[in-house]
Design a protein around this ligand. Structure first.
Ligand code: ADP
Ligand code: MG
Length: 345
């Protein structure tokens, strides 16, 4: 398990407190709002803005991650990023996280340190402080729960519920790549199970594998909104596929959506991989998962300002609720009703 090649240290050798010390010793606090971090009964945070934003996620081994092909450092990084994505999707800035882990006894101290290396790297990249957590053992798989805390000016809060008719529907980045990456990992896992001597073939798949194993949260888009003075009318992060997020947003806002198939942003590697695997890349975008891009709506008067912005793509507009949730098919102009297939972990 250990990446440095030494004998892995069993967890019972250092005990719970020794483990917490090993995992948290390198933490350096970055935010002035963090008054007290790890080491006491609770952390202290001095909120500098009107609203405190809180979001929690739970990751379960065998359900959300597979230790066979997910490098531990990536697992820690991704666990943080998916939480920060929820904070950004409120148009907020994340400032602190807590990390709770139930560790299976198959895991060594070094393996946990690898996970924490990823956690610390994400904290570094996104400027958040790790201020606490809890540690216990698990009789089955490993479970990681992260809570992210952020701050937000009340006037800039963006919920799912504010979209209005004629608003433009936009997404950041490109979609379906994490799903395509997962298909490649699954394929190579099957090959490995049958012939453990064959090296996995990941050539030409770097982007989609990175999107699956080391996703990023769209801090840059939130900064762009702040710089341009844009407050989206509604926003949600795309964790379960574009289709189901559009339906969530439409329902919360009591509106309908119309998007255009030929506007959905897809990377060339996503398209090539889907073709290779006999999958439809648009389906990967609509029903795949784990993109962690942001789906948002803005008033139509922002069109000139945003139409050339490389961070985002305009994919459609908001309609009245009675019109339902539809996609205009490429070429035929036929309306296809969007379905909430969601993402089966
Ligand atoms: P308590 O008995 O109050 O739950 P613990 O001994 O569990 O305290 O934790 C001691 C300190 O270490 C606390 O500040 C807690 O937030 C922190 N901590 C515990 N587990 C973790 C972890 N996995 N990651 C980060 N901090 C942790
Ligand atoms: Mg505790």
């Amino acid at each position: 398990m250990s990446e440095n090649g030494n004998e892995p240290t069993p967890l019972n050798e250092i005990g719970e407190f020794g483990l917490i010390d090993r995992l948290t010793q390198k933490i350096e606090l970055k935010n002035s709002s963090t008054i007290l971090g790890v080491g006491d009964d609770a952390a202290l945070i001095k909120n500098e803005k009107a609203l405190t934003v809180v979001s929690t996620d739970l990751l379960v081994e065998g359900v959300h991650f597979d230790l066979l092909y997910v490098p531990l450092k990536h697992l820690g990084y991704k666990a943080v990023v998916v939480n920060l994505s929820d904070i950004y999707s409120m148009n907020a800035t994340p400032t602190q996280i807590t990390v709770s882990i139930a560790v299976s006894n198959r895991m060594s101290v070094e393996a946990l340190e690898d996970i924490y290396e990823g956690i610390n790297l994400a904290c570094e990249m996104y400027g958040v402080d790790l201020v606490g957590g809890d540690t216990t053992s698990s009789l089955s798989g490993t479970v990681i729960s992260i809570t992210a805390i952020g701050e937000l000016d009340e006037a800039k809060a963006v919920k799912r519920s504010g979209a209005k008719e004629t608003d433009l529907i936009c997404v950041s980045g490109d979609l379906g790549a994490a799903f395509a990456g997962l298909q490649i990992l699954e394929r190579e896992k099957e090959v490995f199970k049958e012939h453990s001597t064959i090296q996995p073939d990941f050539s030409g798949k770097d982007y989609i594998l990175e999107r699956q194993l080391k996703p990023e949260a769209r801090k840059d888009l939130i900064e762009y909104f702040a710089k341009e003075g844009i407050v989206p009318t509604a926003m949600i992060d795309i964790s379960d596929g574009l289709s189901s997020e559009l339906i969530h947003l439409a329902k919360a806002s009591e509106v309908g959506v119309q998007i255009y198939e030929n506007k959905i942003p897809l990377d060339a590697q996503t398209i090539n991989t889907c073709e290779e695997l006999n999958l439809n890349p648009v389906m990967a975008a609509l029903n795949g998962g784990e993109d962690y891009e942001l789906l948002f709506t803005v008033p139509i008067e922002h069109f000139e300002k945003i139409k050339r912005e490389p961070l985002l793509t305009i994919i459609g507009h908001i309609t009245d609720q009675g019109s339902g949730n539809n996609m205009v098919a490429s070429g035929t102009e036929a309306l296809i009703e969007l379905k909430a297939q969601g993402w089966q972990h």
